[in-house]
Design a protein around this ligand. Structure first.
Ligand SMILES: Cc1cc2nc3c(=O)[nH]c(=O)nc-3n(C[C@H](O)[C@H](O)[C@H](O)COP(=O)(O)O)c2cc1C
Length: 482
């Protein structure tokens, strides 16, 4: 299953996508003003191959890749797995790789770092030299950074964080965007730099190898430069920045260096969100002042287009949030059979499979995951027993609508942390990131006598094994194809 290549940069990944039929090369010129965004949006909604734009209006020499990881097939390719791998196979491989020892990055010389092929400093470091797209009509500006990550360092521990925090171009030298207080960079910036009134050095990395992006949006406690190494099975190559004491992936296409300014906010948004709605109003947000831009010859930018499912943020955040919950529940010895967060739920709904070994196990599961650092991002937990395939929407809907008691099976949690983006929340609740949570317990109570537990009427459950085998052996003879 494993044994396909691990890609060192986006250029190799693009070739990999092409090889496995996951790329459409768009040769005709496209406009950065809405046209590219509209194409990427339609690709996400129809689950089509990634568009690779060879010619961008006003930006000769630049190219763009849209929706780089918006399907499980592309995720499997990025991990060097068989593109036909199933979701459980990809999940098991991801958990295996990310449960070992962290792998430190290696620092390479600047002359071996393609991201240093062009260096713009001072007035030359002008953000309008880069083809930031107008992603959706109604957005507050051009979003240069939608599939990227921001590198920052804890001023006390030196711990590195890579995270995706969207950035809108405000002027030649300024980007602006939200940094939520419960994200790792939010805790670092609001908790350590702002109180000391100290600018925070940052480096935005646009378009590097696919696994660095997978790591940057994973909610793992492991620093993402090491986490990337674990996913790759070898160290990620990084290089020193030009203007600050940070390191960035050497094979990235574009690096923007500068400082995040404390105690200053500039208005940002509206923006079309991963929830599938425009829930970010124009408001004062975090300010990034630019000092340097470095880039490869003929750079390729990456574009994600958030909206209704499925974009790569929804897919990868669901995938990695669900798997961090799996690790947490397993570390506590809960007898789970698996965890699957549905990308179509815009990472709001997670299904946990469990062997109901004792009463109250569903509540214990919900309390654990709602009590973890992952909890602001989601609000629905469905717990099913081992008879339900957690990856089958049909089976989950059947369990929900037949096993969950409308009063005793639904547990509500008020006053819980949410995000400012929850479409269900009132404008006031959104302003304060106030959320609520719910558990749907789809396990039959253990206290019921065995003879009273309803028997599931399915092919696998109500026929003797010999009849099942006979029917399966003769299936094609009966005239059925599948
Ligand atoms: C495409 C994309 C855009 C995101 N934009 C933001 C953002 O603007 N602000 C934010 O606080 N978090 C944003 N997130 C979530 C963070 O990336 C996420 O919190 C972080 O990378 C990983 O979690 P951690 O901070 O808990 O480590 C975004 C995620 C994705 C996938």
């Amino acid at each position: 299953m494993v044994g396909y290549p691990i890609y060192k940069d986006n250029r190799e990944f693009i070739k990999g996508l092409e090889k496995f039929g996951e790329l459409v090369t768009v040769k005709q010129e496209v406009d950065w003003d809405l046209e590219m965004g509209a194409i990427v949006r339609r690709v996400c909604e129809k689950k089509l191959p990634s568009p690779y734009f060879k010619k961008i209006k006003d930006y000769p020499g630049f190219e763009a890749l849209g929706a780089p990881l918006a399907t499980y097939k592309r995720l499997a390719i990025s991990l060097g797995m068989d593109p036909a791998s199933t979701v459980p196979q990809i999940a098991d491989e991801y958990v295996r790789r990310t449960s070992g020892a962290p792998i430190d990055p290696v620092v390479v010389d600047k002359k071996n770092a393609p991201c240093k092929e062009n260096i713009l400093l001072g007035d030359d470091a002008d953000l309008f030299k880069l083809p930031g797209p107008m992603v959706h009509d109604g957005d507050g500006g051009r979003y240069l950074c939608t599939w990227h990550f921001v590198v920052a360092k804890d001023p006390d521990s030196g711990m590195i964080n890579w995270g995706m925090y969207r950035q809108m171009v405000f002027d030649e030298k300024t980007m602006v965007g939200p940094v939520l207080p419960f994200s790792d960079m939010g805790k670092m910036f609001h908790g350590k730099y702002v109180p000391r009134n100290k600018p925070m050095p940052f480096a935005t990395v646009i378009s590097c190898d696919p696994l660095s992006g997978v790591a940057a949006c994973a909610p793992s406690p492991i620093p993402e430069d090491q986490f990337t190494g674990m996913l790759m099975g070898k160290p990620v190559e990084v290089v020193k920045c030009e203007t600050c004491d940070l390191e960035v992936p050497a094979h990235a296409e574009i690096i923007i260096e500068g400082e995040v300014i404390p105690n200053l906010m500039i208005e940002e948004a509206p923006f079309g969100e991963y929830t599938g709605y425009r829930t970010s109003p124009r408001e004062p947000r975090t300010v990034y002042r630019v000092k340097a831009i470095t880039f490869r010859n003929n750079p390729i930018v990456t574009i994600s287009n958030m909206g209704i499912p499925t974009d790569e943020g929804q897919l990868l955040r669901s995938f990695s949030l669900g798997l961090e919950m799996r690790k947490l529940l397993e570390s506590q010895g809960i007898p789970i059979t698996g965890v699957y967060m549905l990308p179509e739920s815009t990472h709001h709904l997670v299904v946990v499979g469990v062997k109901p070994a004792y009463s109250g196990i569903a509540t214990q599961i919900a309390n654990l995951i709602y009590g973890s650092k992952l909890s602001p991002w989601f609000h629905m937990v469905i717990v099913v027993d081992q008879d339900t395939d957690i990856y089958s929407k049909d089976e989950v809907i059947h369990a929900l609508s037949t096993k969950c008691h409308p009063i005793t099976g639904i547990h509500k949690y008020e006053n819980a942390p949410g995000t400012p983006l929850n479409p269900y929340a009132s404008p006031e609740d959104r302003k304060w990131s106030r959320g609520a949570k719910v558990l749907f317990d789809c396990t039959f109570p253990l206290s019921w006598p065995k003879s009273d537990v309803p028997i599931k009427v399915s092919f696998n459950n109500v026929y003797p094994k010999d009849i099942q085998e006979k029917v399966l052996d003769n299936w094609a003879n009966y005239g059925f194809k599948d």
